[in-house]
Design a protein around this ligand. Structure first.
Ligand code: NAD
Ligand code: DAU
Length: 350
């Protein structure tokens, strides 16, 4: 099978490409990526010379370049997105452009070329806040809270409409919070790990009691491959880690594993519109496709911490440039930048 992977130079996409090329010797991959600040070809150095792998630089909003790259492919796995909730709050326009218009463009190109399967990579954030003790199933209401999750919900609904209207062979995965190697350190776990390793403060939003359902990226990649190969067209599959934990508890776990003091925990102004709890019911993929998460949070974190320790050069490369100004703007002056977004100029509640 020849697979067109969009966003393959990012965190999950690069792990997925490595996973597929290791697990299957009859699959070839075209990695189509714009190389935004989050895309990094260094994530794929280990397979640069693999005969089944090819990189094409392009934007998913560009139908001409995308069509030339997708021609001859049997399937599409669509990861490319602006994926960071905080950035979507500070600057929503590129998020809507890539996540909504980009998905629409790829759907049109794939429909024109007649691909046989299109897996759209979505997120548990489309379900919004999940009540304490509850778990979101595939039929739970779509109630996004941020520009990012609204853009993902919009793209999910577009994909769904293509299945119904055009008989288009699409499937959707909605996974919970991924962590593991090659994750850009703007996201919670790599940020906390790299800060702790450098004795820098760990910025906890609000009271830190928000809950997330943590999933190792390798478990997600196995789930996505199962959906690509054996999922039922038109269906949505949740892929959750079955491990829901408060942010603060996760940060404390990390500090224990890295042997750093809890005095590094620092409380900062909360994210506007912050969802309190995500928790997924993944029974459907477990029963229908025999998938289950295999990596416990404790083991996954140990392995991830080791990876960040060994790859300090990768970290300093991605932390240069755009990331440095992003961090200074939104962490060093957090209260001012949040006030500017709210347009109030008034102090945020403590
Ligand atoms: P990422 O930010 O690490 O990578 C995104 C990739 O997409 C980058 O390589 C970037 O260069 C590329 N890209 C961005 N805009 C593009 C465009 N216009 N054209 C072509 N390429 C473009 O993201 P990630 O964390 O790997 O997430 C991948 C997908 O998984 C996203 O769709 C995201 O919504 C979804 N998802 C992520 C998580 C998570 O925890 N990270 C959980 C659930 C779902
Ligand atoms: O749930 C799936 C989603 O997980 C994906 O769709 C998104 O692409 C991905 O970015 C992630 O979104 P979150 O907003 O949950 O992840 P993030 O790593 O930004 O934050 C995780 C939690 O940690 C969240 O409750 C906010 C909190 N947080 C985050 C950062 C960056 C902090 O307390 N401090 C921080 O500095």
């Amino acid at each position: 099978m020849k697979i067109f992977v969009s966003g393959g130079a990012g965190f999950i996409g690069s792990n997925f490409i490595r996973h597929v090329l290791q697990a299957r010797n009859n699959h070839a991959i075209i990695n189509y990526d714009k190389l935004t600040y989050a895309g990094n070809l260094a994530n794929l150095h280990s397979i640069d010379d693999h005969a089944g792998y090819q990189f094409v630089k392009g934007d998913i909003c560009d139908p001409i370049v995308a069509e030339a790259a997708m021609r001859g492919c049997d399937a599409v796995v669509h990861f490319a997105a602006e994926s960071h909730v905080d950035r979507s709050i500070y600057e929503p326009a590129p998020v809507i452009q890539t996540n909504v218009t980009g998905t629409f463009t790829l759907l049109e190109v794939a429909r024109k070329l007649g691909v046989s399967r299109f897996v759209h990579i979505s997120t548990d954030e489309v379900y919004g806040d999940v009540a304490p003790g509850a778990f979101a199933g595939e039929d739970s209401p779509i109630q996004p809270s941020s520009p990012y999750s609204a853009s993902k919900a919009a793209s999910d609904l577009l994909v769904r409409s293509y299945v119904r209207t055009y008989n288009f062979p699409a499937l959707i995965t909605r996974s919970s919070n991924n962590y593991g190697p090659y994750q850009f350190p703007e996201k919670f776990l790599p940020l906390m790990i790299t800060n702790a390793l450098n004795d820098k403060s760990l910025p906890i939003y609000g009271d830190g009691k928000q809950q997330r359902d943590w999933l190792h990226v390798e478990d997600n990649c196995r789930g996505i491959l199962a959906v690509l190969e054996r999922g039922k067209i038109g269906e949505v599959y949740n892929i959750g880690g079955s491990h829901v934990e408060e942010n603060l508890a996760v940060a404390r776990r990390l500090l224990r594993l890295i042997a750093k003091p809890e005095s590094l925990l620092g409380y900062v102004a909360d994210r506007p519109g912050h969802d309190r709890r995500y928790a997924l019911d993944s029974t459907k993929i477990e029963v229908e496709l025999g998938w289950k998460p295999e990596i416990s949070l404790e083991n996954g974190l140990r392995q991830t911490i080791e990876w960040y320790k060994k790859n300090s050069e990768w970290v300093s490369d991605v932390r240069a440039g755009d990331y440095r100004s992003y961090y200074a703007k939104y962490y060093d002056n957090r209260e001012n930048s949040l006030n500017a977004i709210a347009g109030t100029g008034s102090k945020l509640p403590a």
